[in-house]
Design a protein around this ligand. Structure first.
Ligand SMILES: C[S@@+](CC[C@H](N)C(=O)[O-])C[C@H]1O[C@@H](n2cnc3c(N)ncnc32)[C@H](O)[C@@H]1O
Length: 202
């Protein structure tokens, strides 16, 4: 994974202008609510970038939030937007395919539009290893990727495409596919991007 690539993106574009920007991550919020996780449950937004998901979770009273991203510029954009509330969040600058997260420490793993950038099977294996290690048994895993008819590239990078079943296959039998959904994301420049969301239990 190319940290320089992502730093450059967040340096050159305001967070509200990147193609994946959502004013509110509504479907993600719905999935998180449906997990029934407690307000002090540990929610980790993996590759959260400058997403507004953390703002809405804080507003709803969740108190144990981590935003992990490879780009420090992205994290800084989110921190600046949040102001003093940023102090209530744990910010982690890391590559999810490289970091060794604490074991059984996460109640809800959330990833929108990160896993589909892993075109190397070894990186996908490392990612799944990170989920297996850090998500508590019985914990919740929400992953959103481009659908099979989603964009061929995103921000100049090749991407993978999934159906809920093929995405679940990547994670394997330690995870139970419990629910899935589709979303047509409208980018700030007016394009439509087809996403799928998968919800699995560890
Ligand atoms: C398409 S953006 C999605 C951001 C956010 N999840 C959202 O929905 O607004 C992909 C994000 O993943 C981050 N990223 C890419 N590869 C990563 C990796 N290996 N580890 C951690 N973050 C990564 C990028 O910096 C970027 O913020």
């Amino acid at each position: 994974m190319d940290k320089t690539h992502w730093e450059k993106i967040y340096q050159t574009k305001p967070a509200t202008q990147v193609s994946w920007f959502q004013e509110h991550a509504e479907l993600s919020l719905q999935f998180i609510h449906n997990t029934g996780a407690a307000k002090d449950g540990h929610i980790m937004d993996v590759g959260g970038g400058a997403s507004t998901l953390v703002d809405d979770l804080l507003r709803e009273g969740y108190v144990n939030l981590t935003v992990l991203d490879i780009s420090v510029m992205a994290l800084q954009a989110a921190q600046k937007r949040l102001g003093t509330a940023a102090g209530k969040v744990y910010w982690l600058e890391a590559d999810i395919t490289q970091i060794e997260l604490p074991e059984a420490s996460v109640d809800v793993w959330h990833d929108r539009a990160v896993f589909h950038f892993l075109t190397d099977p070894l990186d996908r294996q490392r990612y799944v290893h990170a989920v297996l290690r850090s998500v508590k048994p019985g914990g919740h895993v929400i992953v959103a990727t481009f659908a099979e008819d989603g964009p061929l590239h995103c921000s100049g990078l090749d991407v993978m495409h999934y159906r809920p079943e093929t995405l679940h296959d990547e994670f394997g039998s330690a995870f139970k596919l419990t629910n899935s959904a589709e979303e047509m994301h409208h980018t700030p420049s007016g394009a439509d991007q087809h996403f799928i969301y998968c919800y699995c239990r560890r």
